[in-house]
Design a protein around this ligand. Structure first.
Ligand SMILES: Cc1ncc(COP(=O)(O)O)c(C=O)c1O
Length: 404
């Protein structure tokens, strides 16, 4: 199929639920992807934060190839060598005490498990989440997600999930009642605009949850695996939750969801009360082992910290040049640039110039490069953003002169 045929076929046969960009990607390596015509792009989208090791990391490719010849699928009602190896490696890197694992297939599923676990363990129905949060789009996860454009068409959602204003611990204290089982939050809100919490907030949240006997659940689907310059986002503030949700990069690009909890909490789920057919398939676990090995052996968390610092400083340089940039935010290689208008045009224009970036809400350009991004690639991204923002600024100035 040629480029147009691919676009036509996807348009014809696939549910129209993705905001498509006119790019047909067929190949990737490291921080680069190529479209069907061979055009090269630097990938700051990483499939929404999946390809943290870069595309087609050789260790992951080799692990998938080897495992595909051994055993691809094996239900969790049987034991499996790769699954055992993966959960052992995983628990070795998770924060202290988080050592019981449920494996699934996506971020939303990891949140579903956390919600069920909180209700089962505490015997209390209510979950408190944050305004601006994103936790996925299955019914339970969606009920904890804030944006009304995702929620309203599907009412009624799961009851007893409510939202409080972010970054203000008093709001949580006020909201907790005798029916509250858990408080759920992303350490850094990703989809909600790359919002880093104020200093002391996470520590205060931990204190409140302990004081009120409420479980603390961190959704680290986007903030883990070295992304923020620490293995897990919460480690930037030295706070350990009771339950943690993981997904995106943990299987080197294959679908995975992980809910990890303290042993006594996970033990609340009894045989048959929660499961999924693909939980911990050997192929995914083999890729996951290679992904964790690569992350650790190649010191990629440290790279995220160093490169993230450099990237953020360069973006602040752009902010100083362009009035249309309101703020630069983020930690490590999870960065956002808030503009004073809708970012869609900027995303399309940077793609045309060979750089793929994401949005986070209407006005934030989100940059989620892989941890293997190089300095010269960051320089190229910054040059492209600078050009595109300059362009936008000029266009806006021209159209406001015409309309005056
Ligand atoms: C913080 C967070 N939680 C949950 C999800 C849902 O993950 P998935 O799309 O794999 O269901 C996402 C997806 O972007 C996310 O960023």
């Amino acid at each position: 199929m040629n480029e147009q045929e691919i676009i036509d076929v996807e348009t014809r046969f696939m549910a129209n639920v993705f905001s498509k960009k006119p790019v047909v990607l067929t190949k990737g390596k490291g921080a680069l992807v190529w479209d069907i015509k061979g055009k090269e792009y630097i990938d700051c989208s990483t499939s929404y934060g999946v390809a943290l090791l870069g595309h087609c990391h050789p260790k992951v490719v080799a692990a998938i190839q080897a495992q595909a010849e051994q055993l691809i699928t094996c239900h969790s009602c049987y034991y499996n060598d790769k699954r055992a190896e993966f959960v052992e490696k995983l628990v070795h890197i998770t924060p202290k005490g988080l050592d019981k694992v449920f494996l699934s297939n996506s971020g939303a599923e990891s949140v579903e498990c956390a919600i069920k676990l909180a209700r089962k363990y505490t015997g209390k129905p209510e979950i408190i989440a944050l305004m601006g949060a994103f936790h996925g789009k299955t019914m339970g996860a969606l009920s904890a997600t804030w944006d009304k454009k995702y929620r309203e068409p599907f009412m009624p959602l799961v009851p007893e999930i409510k939202h409080v204003a972010p970054d203000n611990a008093d709001k949580i204290r006020e909201a907790i009642s005798e029916k509250t089982g858990a408080f759920l939050m992303e350490p850094i809100r990703g989809e909600g605009g790359v919002r880093v919490p104020p200093e002391g907030y996470l520590q205060e949240v931990r204190r409140i949850c302990d004081e009120k006997n409420v479980l603390l659940i961190f959704d680290e689907v986007q903030t883990s695996f070295g992304r923020t310059g620490k293995l897990f986002g919460c480690q930037n503030w030295g706070v350990i939750p009771d339950v943690m949700c993981l997904a995106k990069p943990f299987a080197g690009g294959l679908p995975i969801g992980i809910t990890v909890a303290k042993k006594n909490i996970m033990s609340a789920l009894k045989v048959g009360e929660h499961s999924t057919t693909f939980s911990g398939s050997p192929l995914v676990c083999a890729a996951g082992c290679a992904a964790i090995d690569a992350l650790v052996e190649e010191n990629l968390t440290e790279c995220a910290s160093k490169m993230g610092h450099y990237f953020k400083t360069e973006l602040e340089g752009i902010q100083a040049k362009h009035k249309i940039v309101k703020e630069v935010r983020g930690l490590g290689l999870m960065l956002g640039m808030e503009l004073r208008f809708d970012v869609l045009n900027v995303i399309l224009k940077t793609a045309a110039k060979g750089v793929l970036v994401l949005d986070a809400g209407r006005t934030v350009v989100r940059l989620l490069p892989p941890l293997v991004i190089q300095k010269k690639q960051i320089d190229r991204i910054v040059t492209v953003l600078d050009e595109v923002l300059g362009d936008e600024e000029n266009e806006r100035a021209r159209s406001s002169t015409v309309s005056n």
